[in-house]
Design a protein around this ligand. Structure first.
Ligand SMILES: C[S@@+](CC[C@H](N)C(=O)[O-])C[C@H]1O[C@@H](n2cnc3c(N)ncnc32)[C@H](O)[C@@H]1O
Length: 254
């Protein structure tokens, strides 16, 4: 596999120094480790070791979805972290062909994860009230070639969800309880509601409203992720961790 015009490439110098660049003919990329030209990368094999103009070695790596979403996307809002996005996707049963409604779009991090999973025949309808965020999310999704699996809707989801027979509704906004009756209507039987909520009082209100609306199997949970520093005889958790992202509420339409 060789580097081609338009590719996103991860330039790996060391475990804590790597950068993602878009390879565009004529471009140069400057780092503390030296300068690299797009022409140095084009046509090279992924995995190859190259050198910057001052001789510092780096490896040409194909970035993963998460590398791009969490290290290259422009962020204009709080975003959903990979640990939460992963559970949302799995519990909501998101896969090829799924039809998902999401609100709000924000920076599009979760949208990208969902769009990646619904390919090639599914679609993500994403509602966002602020046009400037739609533009940011659209640019971000385009970077990964995922824009074609997303329908961006500039609308207040509290006013209604137009789609029907939807497999999952995913809500990341301040007042999900105001949307649950629309979500219930839009979902197919057995469809999943997933809500991301930064505070515990939002959880209580959302769960109560979900039960009142007729959802079943209503669950609230939180995921804690701890990374490890691994060295023989000295392996231990990293000293710093992300202490809190948010809570998750899941429910199903019977
Ligand atoms: C925390 S951000 C979403 C971040 C997104 N999940 C991500 O991973 O990038 C919440 C977004 O919801 C939007 N929003 C809030 N209320 C909304 C509503 N009623 N309808 C549509 N969008 C709404 C906000 O403008 C904001 O962009």
């Amino acid at each position: 596999m060789i580097v081609q015009e338009g590719d996103l490439v991860l330039l790996y110098f060391s475990e804590d120094r790597h950068y993602i660049v878009k390879v565009t003919r004529g471009s140069t990329y400057s780092f503390n480790e030296g300068v690299i030209r797009a022409e140095d990368l084009l046509g090279r094999h992924y995995g190859e070791v190259l050198r910057t103009h001052i001789g510092v070695k780096f490896r040409v790596v194909r970035p993963s979805l998460l590398d791009v979403v969490y290290r290259k996307f422009e962020r204009r809002t709080q975003v959903i972290y990979p640990k939460d996005a992963a559970l949302i996707a799995l519990k909501a049963g998101v896969g090829p062909g799924s039809r998902i409604v999401e609100a709000g779009t924000g920076s599009g991090c979760l949208t990208a994860v969902l769009a990646y999973l619904v390919r090639p025949s599914g679609v993500v309808y994403t509602y966002e009230v602020r046009r400037e965020f739609i533009e940011v999310a659209r640019r971000n999704l385009r970077m990964l070639g995922l824009e074609e699996y997303v329908v961006f809707k500039e609308a207040d989801v509290r006013e209604g969800i137009e789609e029907q027979n939807i497999d999952a509704v995913v809500l990341d906004l301040a007042e999900p309880w105001a949307v649950l009756h629309h979500a219930y209507k839009a979902l197919r039987n057995g469809g999943v509601l997933a809500c991301f909520l930064p505070t515990i009082n939002q959880v209580e209100r959302t769960v109560e409203e979900a039960r009142r609306t007729g959802f079943i199997m209503v669950e609230a949970e939180e995921l804690l992720e701890r990374r490890y520093k691994v060295r023989r005889g000295e392996t231990r958790p990293e000293l710093r961790m992300v202490g809190h992202t948010g809570y998750l509420v899941f429910a199903r339409k019977p």
